[in-house]
Write a protein that binds this ligand. Structure first.
Ligand code: ATP
Length: 193
């Protein structure tokens, strides 16, 4: 049975923490493929649009995905109008991959709000959640009905916000980003004030 990872985010921009969590999840759960799915509109960020365009975010994800043969960009949410609910994405991926076992990758921070996700019960029936452990940090409770498997990875204290802020300050965000993504941002002049 095909084991397929789904990794959603704003990816504004995709950074080294994203690559690290996806790689650790793929190793831990023996995933054949990890789909990086940039959100059109994140349900948690409806008040502020992403800084970079959908096309730029997808291109950065495409560049980041080149570092691991298991990684694949997926534009399913960018092609769908409106708020990007995980359940809609997972339903479509399940239909396109009959018989595949689906795993949804996330950080511990995302697990905290999982119980309130749109159509949570349906989502819980479709995927197993792979959650990155944060050594030394308290575990969030698992919402009833969710199947959660925790895995370990190298901690990487990077966020898209920190990368955007560093670039806006004229600082060096290079250590936070895959080199090809840093080069693309510089070439396109993204995230400058
Ligand atoms: P922002 O700073 O704009 O809020 P972000 O860096 O948190 O963005 P998202 O695209 O919102 O990135 O995150 C998508 C997923 O990646 C979430 O499941 C989140 O838990 C996970 N994630 C984000 N940063 C890291 C990191 N440094 N290490 C591991 N997982 C991460």
């Amino acid at each position: 049975m095909k084991r397929l990872g789904i990794f959603g985010g704003s990816f504004d921009p995709v950074h080294s923490g994203h690559v690290g969590i996806a790689r650790a999840a793929a190793d831990a759960a023996a995933l054949e493929k990890v789909l990086f799915v940039p959100a059109n509109v994140s349900p948690f960020k409806t008040s502020a649009a992403p800084r970079a365009s959908a096309a730029d975010r997808l291109e950065m994800v495409r560049l980041a995905c080149a570092c691991d043969r298991r990684f694949e960009p997926c534009d399913i949410e960018l092609r769908r109008a409106g708020v990007s609910y995980a359940v809609d994405t997972v339903r479509a991926i399940a239909a396109a991959n009959p018989g595949a076992e689906l795993f949804f990758i996330m950080g511990e921070d995302s697990l905290a709000a999982l119980g309130g996700w749109h159509k949570a019960d349906e989502l819980f029936s479709l995927v197993v959640f792979l959650v990155l452990e944060r050594p030394g940090c308290a575990r969030n409770p698992v919402p009833p009905g969710a199947r959660v498997v925790r895995f370990r990875g190298e901690p990487c204290a990077v966020s898209s916000t920190a990368a955007r802020e560093a670039i806006a300050r004229g600082g060096d965000a290079g250590r936070m980003l895959p080199p090809s993504v840093a080069a693309y941002i510089a070439r396109r002049g993204l995230y400058r004030p």
